[in-house]
Design a protein around this ligand. Structure first.
Ligand code: C5P
Length: 340
């Protein structure tokens, strides 16, 4: 039985015994314009987000005890990706109150299994996506309802990128991250190469570096971001998106700040770009670098090229261990077989 089946057959008596499964995709920022620093210290953004095929997997089941538990496998199982899942479940429980199938007491503890396939603290939104999946999955496990506004409030309270993952696909994200407008005009299945050096970059540090060097974002970045959003709202083919990669890869106001925080990224980005002969962008505050391709198969060939060049020493990556190098695709509403 799939999670979709469960949603459509709510009276299934085995429902509570079967874990709820959620796929939590990574994201890429195709553009990221910082509009202004707000009084609360956050920054208002204009950013085109794209959900990717690369995804974590969450399963949530009602637990016997009183405490939510989390078991992480895959990428860095010891790391703190779990925090946002715990925070998301606690915030959802508080928002639901007694309004769940076994109420009026609080919703019961959950046992969560998280299979991490998205590199952590990479600018790919893995922790935020896990949190959005935890909100959605917890509601189903408890047979509880929250209206869309309440879900959005819970998501925004957990983290700035979490609201995007309630919607997924391709979207224009504005405000601190709470304003999410789907952009449904992208046709086809663009391939994406991801290269994540094994270095930790704090989003907060990058925004602080941004504030230290400028008061607002670059006008050209903002124009590119607005133009791309318009095109993706109307209709854009994969080939046309790939043709715009040169403009998109420099349309990230956090790029200079991230390069200040991690200077070794400058040379690494340049060497990857030279090797591939195409423009290379930074996702969010980094450190993940990306390049666009006409298909995932082409991105996979590029990934092989990068692995070989790392292996024979033609290029070297910052970080104590080898970088994550992977091929994936952008999730759109106009493709077939797009499930990760
Ligand atoms: O909301 P979240 O915890 O994901 O944000 C991490 C950090 O990134 C914040 O502490 C803030 O410094 C910065 N941030 C920001 N403006 C945003 C999103 C994040 O300044 N829109």
């Amino acid at each position: 039985m799939t999670s979709d089946d469960r949603q459509t057959v709510p009276s299934d008596p085995t429902r509570r015994l079967t874990p709820v499964v959620r796929i939590a995709p990574a994201k890429l920022n195709l553009t990221l314009s910082v509009i202004a620093r707000r009084d609360d210290g956050y920054h208002s953004l204009h950013s085109v987000f794209a959900a990717l095929g690369l995804a974590d997997r969450l399963s949530l089941a009602l637990a016997a005890g009183d405490v939510d538990t989390l078991h992480v496998s895959g990428f860095d199982p010891g790391l703190t990706a779990d925090n946002l899942v715990h925070k998301a479940i606690a915030a959802t429980r508080a928002a639901v109150g007694g309004a769940w199938s076994g109420g009026p007491g609080p919703a019961p503890a959950l046992a969560v299994r998280l299979d991490k396939r998205i590199p952590i603290a990479a600018g790919l939104g893995g922790g935020s996506s896990d949190a959005a999946s935890a909100i959605d999955g917890a509601l189903e496990a408890w047979a509880a309802e929250l209206d869309p506004e309440a879900r959005l409030r819970v998501a925004a309270g957990v983290g700035s990128d979490v609201p995007f993952f309630l919607a997924g696909r391709v979207a224009l994200v504005e405000g601190r991250g709470e304003s999410v407008a789907p952009l449904d005009g992208l046709h086809g299945t663009p391939g994406v190469l991801l290269v994540t050096p094994a270095i930790t970059v704090s989003t907060r540090d990058v925004f602080e570096a941004f504030d230290a060097i400028r008061t607002h974002g670059d006008g050209a970045v903002r124009l590119t971001s607005m133009h791309l959003a318009e095109e993706l709202r109307a209709k854009l083919s994969t080939a046309d998106l790939v043709a715009r990669a040169g403009a998109m890869t420099v349309a990230n106001d956090l790029l200079p700040a991230a390069m200040l925080v991690v200077p070794s990224l400058v040379a690494f980005r340049r060497s990857i770009s030279r090797l591939l002969g195409r423009p290379v962008g930074l996702s969010g505050s980094g450190p993940t670098l990306w390049a666009l391709y006409a298909s995932e198969a082409e991105a996979a060939e590029a990934a092989e090229l990068v692995r070989t060049a790392l292996g024979d020493g033609r290029i070297s990556a910052p970080g104590v261990t080898e970088p994550f190098v992977g091929a994936t695709h952008i999730q759109t509403g106009h493709q077939q077989g797009s499930q990760p």
